[in-house]
Design a protein around this ligand. Sequence first.
Ligand SMILES: O=C(O)[C@H](CS(=O)(=O)O)OP(=O)(O)O
Length: 294
Amino acid sequence: MEIETDGLMPVTITLAFTPETLLAPSQDAASTDASVLAMESTCAVMIDVLRASSVMTTAGAAGVDRIYTTASVDQALAVAKELRTSVSGQGDGAQGVLLCGERNCERIDGFDHGNSPAEYTSESVSGKQMVMTTSNGTRAIEAVKHCDRLLIASFLNLSSVLQRLADETSILIMCAGTHREISREDVLLGGAIVERLLQSKSASDVVLNDQAMIAHAAWCQAGVSSNAQLADALTHSIGASNLIRLGMAADVRRCAELDSISGVVMRCNESDETCLPVSLDASLDPVSRFKFFS
Ligand SMILES: O=C(O)[C@H](CS(=O)(=O)O)OP(=O)(O)O
């Protein structure tokens, strides 16, 4: 049943701390079908602050042509092979397709780039196609593949993400977490998005699930009002501890540069409208393809 409040459609904001808290195991096929159907009319927002969504946003702003994401390394290799075959006729073959991503925070053997935003400069990615797989972020993208629209959010482009959400009435905020654990940095950004949405829409028209309410409370309680405070808040998380232990503290500070980028990476089709995953080849599963919209 459609509920209307003062003539306005209510806005539903569902937040999941990890893919597991979204996709609770169900024995009931009918309810699984219903949740897939509900996703179809929803705009998903994927968050992996440290570092997949910050890297995708940085690469987008640096002029990457397309980003293809896969959950596994094998899939990434297969997609890159297919892309390299299809672009080789245009003369830039292997050089135009970059394999990117990490396992255990480190660049994957044989890949061109790891998962540090600093690697994604216009010199290294402009005009190229990236095929990316990471431990948590690209897995979270898979979890929301049935959603009609999919945006990638980071603190780097928070205001641009909010602009894109202005007309949405069903929003699913998918936090990647870290190795199936809830991670504070993703919950904080989810809470910041909820806070801005509550400010921009009449609070009585917004329906939040419990995880969205908890994330909102965490963001408000963090009391962040500067990039330094944000970097400090991110530092006290599992994701940041892993990076700092490996000498990547600069990445944590970089991912806290609030609103330093204008534009959003969104899933897209050939005509550059947002859409569902695309089939590159009959032998490959459909793959999520993204483009930066400034
Ligand atoms: O390298 C990263 O940023 C993490 C790796 S891990 O979870 O700390 O091993 O990957 P991401 O998918 O970007 O969270």
